[in-house]
Ligand binder design. Structure first.
Ligand code: PEP
Ligand code: MN
Length: 332
């Protein structure tokens, strides 16, 4: 239930009345920081909405109101990051290595990305790794290599922030903070990333429901994120034939029903380079505002996720399939 307040409501008085009724609530502020609504939270006892409607200062009571009003307010919005417009007429292609392994490879990846019509460079500087013995990124140094490469080719930088301690350092180099699948419900990280007030790319947890994903987006927005771009990267399936199960129904649901900026990551969804191109196109057909793919100038030498790294030619074909570049023109 959501109580919308009159513009001149005595907020403290209304809150006092709700407390007296034994209700739990969360004040919601508008863009100017003024409390404009109070959301009644689950531990509250049942209450007749008519009783709340009669309280002085209450403009309306919305029964069954959405638990993620800030996400809902994003509906239909085009999220623009440098030249990338998520939700605009053209899909956004984001490409780059799984991990930023060296300055020259990220530079070559940025060049290939731009030539394929991408407007954003991805790459991990801080990598979440299942094994503590795997390469976990070059950290801050790699952020600098990425920024230099992206600037050379007019691309936005999208990179993961693993810990709330790193938010400032990552935000100093990146245009979009990526929250990884393993951290979708790391609420301390969501709070810190939101507070950076930049757009965030929120990957779906590998076992998260759509509602949990939307609520994680609500956390980011509630703490100040400029926008949330949702990214479907596959959920755990029963079949090891592919790394994960790309949930295109969830992409369609977010795109067409919730009208959210949502993209797909067929790389982590499939784990196989031969499936990236068809699923990138399928995701666009399902309503994705873009796709994020892992590419490496020399895929076999990628230091992480080599099996899913595509080469420059495949990336170029994906760009052409998405209508971003001419299929027949020679790559620049
Ligand atoms: C990534 O995109 O670099 C990544 C680690 O993906 P995910 O969080 O979806 O596993
Ligand atoms: Mn990867």
């Amino acid at each position: 239930m959501l109580i919308r307040l009159e513009p001149d409501a005595e907020t403290a008085a209304v809150q006092g009345r709700l407390k007296a009724l034994g209700l739990w609530f969360t004040p919601l502020a508008d863009a100017a920081g003024r409390v404009c609504a109070l959301r009644i939270d689950p531990p509250s006892p049942p209450i007749d909405p008519g009783r709340l409607r009669r309280l002085p200062g209450v403009a309306e009571v919305l029964v069954g109101a959405s638990p993620h009003p800030r996400v809902d307010a994003q509906a239909g919005r085009v999220v623009t990051v440098r030249r990338a417009a998520f939700g605009g007429p053209a899909p956004v292609l984001i490409a780059g290595p799984c991990s930023v392994d060296a300055p020259d490879t990220v530079m070559a990846a940025a060049e290939a990305a731009a030539a394929a019509g991408a407007t954003a460079l991805r790459g991990g500087a801080f990598k979440p790794r299942t094994s503590p013995y795997s390469f976990d990124g070059h950290g801050v140094e790699a952020l600098g290599w990425m920024r230099t490469a992206a600037d050379r080719h007019g691309l936005a930088v999208i990179t993961e922030v693993l810990s709330e301690r790193d938010v400032e350092r990552v935000a100093a180099h990146a245009d979009v903070l990526q929250i990884g699948s393993r951290n979708m419900q790391n609420f301390a990280l969501l709070r810190a990333a939101g507070a950076a007030r930049v757009p965030c790319l929120l990957k779906r947890g590998m076992a998260a429901t759509v509602e949990e994903w939307l609520l994680a987006g609500e956390h980011l927005l509630a703490h100040g994120a400029a926008a949330v771009i949702f990214c479907e990267r596959g959920v755990r399936g029963f079949d090891p034939a592919t790394r994960n199960l790309l949930d295109l129904a969830a992409v369609a649901l977010l795109a067409h029903v919730h009208r959210q900026p949502v993209i797909a990551d067929p790389s982590h969804a499939t784990g196989r380079r031969d499936l990236i191109e068809p699923l990138a196109l399928a995701a666009r057909a399902a309503g994705a505002a873009g796709v994020m793919v892992e590419m490496h100038p020399d895929p076999a030498r990628a230091r992480s996720d080599a099996a899913q790294a595509i080469d420059r030619a495949t990336l170029r074909r994906i760009g052409a399939g998405l209508g971003l570049v001419d299929a027949h023109e020679e790559a620049a």
